[in-house]
Design a protein around this ligand. Structure first.
Ligand SMILES: C[S@@+](CC[C@H](N)C(=O)[O-])C[C@H]1O[C@@H](n2cnc3c(N)ncnc32)[C@H](O)[C@@H]1O
Length: 298
């Protein structure tokens, strides 16, 4: 189906869908941004972001694929089976393009989870609760690590981002009270993930009063938020509340919010609900249907 035919009526008006084979893609993206329209860019984030003009975006809320955890069934996907250093390098490369597209006082919120080594097993069977976790390939165990080691992916990523110039401003712990049970019996059940707050400059937009913690106190760096599934997505989706906090703190009404790994479109939907514009990149074109339905219905 041509992407134009997917354009929704009503709520989606003003949202342009730009496929990877669109002619004069760069020009179309620039015109859409100049007109203040929303954008859904289909293709690899590194390749599609190049068309977004410099300093367009005020804040970025995103969750890249976790290393060796999911198969998104698309060529060019990051995180499926490449060695760990290649994965980190690919993410840092994509975020270099984000850096260029970000306002000088802009921020980047990255949610990233950890993984255990595969012990050089070549595959992972589906678990009962989550058949999509099956993988028919696994990356090699990173050098220096052993079978059963926790890899420490989030911090390896955060330090690599610091090295190329991002300011690392916060390591927020997202605590999931309703976390998935695990069958392992020799360590605590995992119930948290990291959200790193990066900035492009030393000073940046941070609306401290937009989100307050319990009893009206300043927001702390431990966020208790239940996971929320989204129908039609076989992967972990953001809880809207998590995205809402980042967007309200990091942008003003009318600003552009970006998610280079859009998935089911939570960032776009929350941006829309809070009077922000959005730009989303997604490699797998089938997810764009999910995103459009969501934008229309919410
Ligand atoms: C963890 S999911 C994002 C879920 C999203 N936060 C939500 O709420 O639905 C990661 C997404 O990144 C996409 N992806 C993987 N590699 C990509 C790439 N190179 N460029 C753009 N998107 C990519 C996957 O198809 C998947 O939809």
């Amino acid at each position: 189906m041509p992407y134009e035919a997917l354009r929704p009526e009503g709520a989606g008006v003003g949202t342009h869908i730009i496929g990877r084979n669109t002619t004069r893609r760069g020009r179309k993206v620039q015109e859409a941004v100049a007109a203040g329209h929303n954008l859904l860019l289909i293709g690899d984030a590194a390749a599609t972001l190049v068309d977004v003009p410099d300093r367009t975006v005020q804040t970025v809320v995103t969750s890249p694929p976790y290393w060796s955890l999911r198969d998104y069934d698309t060529a060019d996907q990051v995180g499926r089976n490449e060695p760990l250093p290649t994965f980190i390098k690919a993410l840092v490369g994509i975020f270099a393009e984000v850096h260029r597209a970000l306002a000088d006082d802009g921020t980047l919120w990255v949610n990233i989870g950890d993984s255990y080594t595969s012990g050089n097993r070549g595959s992972r069977a589906p678990d009962k609760k989550n058949p999509a976790r099956a993988m028919n390939v696994r990356p090699p165990t990173p050098e220096g690590l052993k079978d059963k080691d926790l890899v420490g992916v989030p911090w390896r990523f955060a330090l690599a981002m610091q090295e190329v110039g991002w300011w690392l401003r916060s390591d927020i712990i997202w605590y999931k009270p309703n976390c998935q049970p695990e069958s392992v019996r020799d360590r605590p059940t995992r119930s948290h993930e990291h959200i790193f707050l990066f900035s492009k400059s030393e000073r940046y937009l941070y609306d401290i009063d937009s989100i307050l913690g319990p009893n009206g106190r300043r927001l702390r760096d431990m966020w208790d938020i239940n996971t929320v599934g989204f129908p039609g997505a076989h992967f972990a989706t953001f809880p809207p509340e998590l995205v809402r906090r980042c967007i309200l703190i990091g942008s003003d009404k009318g600003d552009y919010v970006l998610d280079p790994f859009l998935g089911s479109g939570t960032t776009a939907a929350v941006a829309q609900a809070n009077d922000r514009r959005f730009i989303g990149c997604e490699l797998n074109p089938t997810y764009i249907h999910v995103v459009l339905e969501r934008l229309n219905s919410e």
